[in-house]
Design a protein around this ligand. Structure first.
Ligand SMILES: Cc1cc2nc3c(=O)[nH]c(=O)nc-3n(C[C@H](O)[C@H](O)[C@H](O)COP(=O)(O)OP(=O)(O)OC[C@H]3O[C@@H](n4cnc5c(N)ncnc54)[C@H](O)[C@@H]3O)c2cc1C
Length: 401
């Protein structure tokens, strides 16, 4: 039987995060939105590191099978527990959630393909993920950053530039996509872990942005950065068709999380709008035919349905990860649906609330800005649709670009 109920542990975590969000996140949300990049850390959140959902599954303090934070093939999964927590925290504030003391998004790559020894060595480091470059984003196979092996010292030498790196300023380490040999295409792209304090690592820019402003977004340059041979994640062999797939496993873990963040922000806007409209005398019905509903009532129900569809897709992809099943297509479906739903819902909420929705008196205008990123990073909505279409049609990247 299909069970759509959350396990009791996950329900409890959800309730606890909701309470913390209402009493803390919502109160400081505007301050950290206004003063982007002025604070390296969010002072008020310093004690909350253990609550943060981590890419390895569950909270960063412990794993709890009951919460759904189970195993996933080669390492921790994104997990139902993680997406439920991510949605709830983002309902309070997505930017603050991303700025919380946590192990960072780069940990997903370490958990997906790292050896037990690498997980032990790097697993507790705050780690950012560095894929995007000035000439490479959606087409991540176009990476130009190089990794060259020095046969004398048996060290990798990393050279290149990465941009738009989430948490790049708060990170202690970076997971970097680099090519061993550009002439060998995507199979030569490998993933490396390097410490931020190494000579040759320079943070060159902190990006001012539209939304999720408490979370820093950085540009980093790597010049002749030397790292031990053992810092490569996965195999150093260039095998046609396998090397890149290994690097891309990271997305199977992160996309359900990004989808959940979008749903959380969309739900925040919808909850607030419903409450504001109820104060104006509107009532909302679930048992009337649509011909008997006003345009506003119908719009509210449609938005709720869009978020619910996105949530079910997200839970499915996360639950598959928990059970060690390959979830690439389901993760793309969840992210595509959630990114679009959140964008549409927040815009509609601003529209329904009129000028007060647009003003900074309420947080709705901020949620409209905050949610857009979920349709951009970890692969844009358009790229997710391409992945899904390729899978359904059985076409390769060469046939459907
Ligand atoms: C706030 C923020 C945080 C980020 N964090 C990180 C991070 O931590 N690490 C990291 O590596 N990167 C990060 N990124 C980068 C992000 O992942 C990329 O911006 C994103 O993947 C898009 O790539 P691009 O910028 O090269 O856009 P482009 O690839 O140039 O895309 C531009 C537009 O063209 C569309 N498009 C491109 N190709 C196709 C196609 N084949 N078919 C149809 N449409 C297409 C895209 O959907 C998009 O709408 C972040 C970006 C932002 C804004």
């Amino acid at each position: 039987m299909i069970d759509f109920e959350l396990p009791p542990g996950a329900k409890m975590t959800k309730k606890m995060i909701h309470g913390m969000g209402e009493s803390l996140f919502r109160k400081i949300a505007r301050k950290y939105d206004d003063y982007e990049n002025e604070h390296k850390e969010v002072e008020e959140l310093k004690g909350f590191g253990g609550m943060m959902p981590t890419p390895g599954g569950g909270s960063s303090k412990k794993k709890d099978k009951d919460k759904g934070g189970g195993k996933r093939g080669s390492g921790g999964g994104v997990g139902l527990a993680t997406v439920v927590a991510a949605e709830e925290m983002s309902w309070s504030d997505a930017g603050l959630m991303l700025a919380m003391p946590s192990r960072g998004i780069g940990q997903s790559a370490i958990q997906a393909v790292g050896t037990p020894e690498q997980k032990e060595r790097f697993g507790k480091k705050v780690t950012a993920m560095c894929i995007t470059e000035p000439g490479c984003g959606s087409d991540s196979s176009a990476v130009r950053t190089t990794a060259t092996l020095d046969p004398e010292t048996n060290e990798w030498i990393i050279n290149g530039e990465k941009i738009f790196i989430t948490g790049g300023n708060k990170a202690e380490a970076y997971v970097v996509w680099a090519t061993l040999d550009r002439s060998k295409g995507k199979a030569a792209i490998k993933t490396f872990v390097l410490h931020r304090s190494l000579p040759g690592v320079t943070l060159t820019k902190l990006e001012p942005k539209l939304g999720i402003r408490p979370s820093d977004t950085a540009a980093v340059v790597f010049e002749e950065v030397r790292i031990p041979y053992e810092n490569i994640l996965g195999s150093p062999e260039i095998e046609l068709d396998s090397g890149f797939k290994e690097s891309r496993k990271f997305f199977d873990l992160t996309r359900p999380g990004v989808a959940a963040i979008g749903i959380g922000v969309g739900r925040a806007a919808l909850d607030f709008t419903k409450e504001a409209l109820e104060k104006e005398g509107y009532t909302f019905h679930y048992d009337l035919g649509q011909q008997r509903l006003s345009a506003v009532q119908k719009a509210m129900l449609e938005m709720e349905a869009h978020l619910e569809v996105a949530r079910l897709l997200t839970w499915r992809s996360a639950s598959m990860a928990d059970h060690g099943e390959r979830n690439s297509v389901e993760a793309s479906m969840a992210k595509a649906r959630a990114g679009r739903a959140a964008t549409q819902v927040t815009q509609k909420c601003v529209e329904l609330l009129g000028p007060r929705g647009y003003s900074c008196e309420w947080l709705v205008e901020k949620w409209m800005r905050d949610c857009k990123i979920n349709d951009i990073y970890e692969g844009t909505g358009q790229i997710q649709m391409l992945i899904i279409a390729r899978n359904i049609l059985g076409f390769g990247r060469d046939l459907l670009k």
